[in-house]
Design a protein. Structure first.
Length: 243
């Protein structure tokens, strides 16, 4: 009854469905891996807000580790990061190097400021950093990928993304391998909050790809059944016509 499955036509069709199902299962597995990664990141974000800060370690720890850093701000090499959105408004994040005596300089994101009137990239009014030795508490943020070209405007470095290694090339000292999101920013700044990653979107994709794989196999099985039982289908149609 099922000898037709050995014909080239059906063997090719079975191979095509099999390959498609395997690919869809693999895509589902990849999305599952992304879901697990993003869920772990969200757990680290939540955990970091509940623990006491620790002194900045020599080696870069896991992202979002809450640390304390002591040094002096270098306002002459301040960095403006344009095109950053907070509460639906586009402005600048202000990153100021914190020069330490016992280790590499740490780039500190002091917070967000709105642009001056005239457009989203109009030079903002930036509050000056405190002078003298300060201690900053915040959470470490990994260097952002795909850094763009660095420009200078009104004596300040300006970029679109915070690429630590790229910015280190513009500075006269060694730079720590992650930057710090400062907590409780000074007056004039809006705190840059850490957002959870959308892990549930990946979970939805997992179910979607696995469902597609199951439907492909089930559809193939239904076509095999119809091919193997053509008389039953003809009888059913004849009975419906007589009725």
């Amino acid at each position: 009854m099922y000898r037709f499955l050995l014909t080239p036509r059906w063997l090719g069709f079975a191979a095509l469905v099999g390959v498609a199902a395997v690919v869809m299962v693999m895509l589902g597995n990849w999305q599952l891996h992304r879901y697990q990664e993003r869920s772990a990141t969200n757990e680290r974000i939540d955990e970091s807000s509940r623990v006491a800060p620790v002194p900045l370690p020599e080696e870069v720890p896991a992202a979002w580790t809450r640390v304390t850093v002591t040094g002096q701000y270098d306002a002459t090499n301040e960095i403006l990061v344009r095109g950053r959105t907070v509460d639906g408004a586009v402005g600048f994040e202000v990153v100021t190097p914190l020069v330490r005596t016992d280790g590499p300089t740490v780039l500190v994101d002091r917070g967000w400021v709105p642009p001056a009137p005239g457009g989203a990239i109009a030079m903002p009014k930036v509050p000056a950093p405190p002078t003298g030795e300060v201690t900053v508490v915040g959470r470490l943020h990994p260097s952002e990928s795909r850094p763009e070209s660095v420009t200078r405007r009104d004596g300040k470095i300006e970029v679109r993304r915070i690429g630590v290694d790229r910015l280190a090339q513009e500075l006269p000292y060694s730079v720590y391998g992650a930057y710090l999101l400062a907590e409780e920013p000074a007056e004039g700044f809006t705190e840059v909050t850490i957002k959870h990653e959308n892990s549930w979107q990946n979970a939805g994709y997992v179910l979607q790809w696995w469902l597609f794989a199951a439907l492909a196999v089930a559809g193939f099985g239904w076509m095999v059944y119809r091919e193997a039982h053509p008389k039953e289908e003809s009888v059913d149609r004849a009975e419906l016509a007589d009725a």
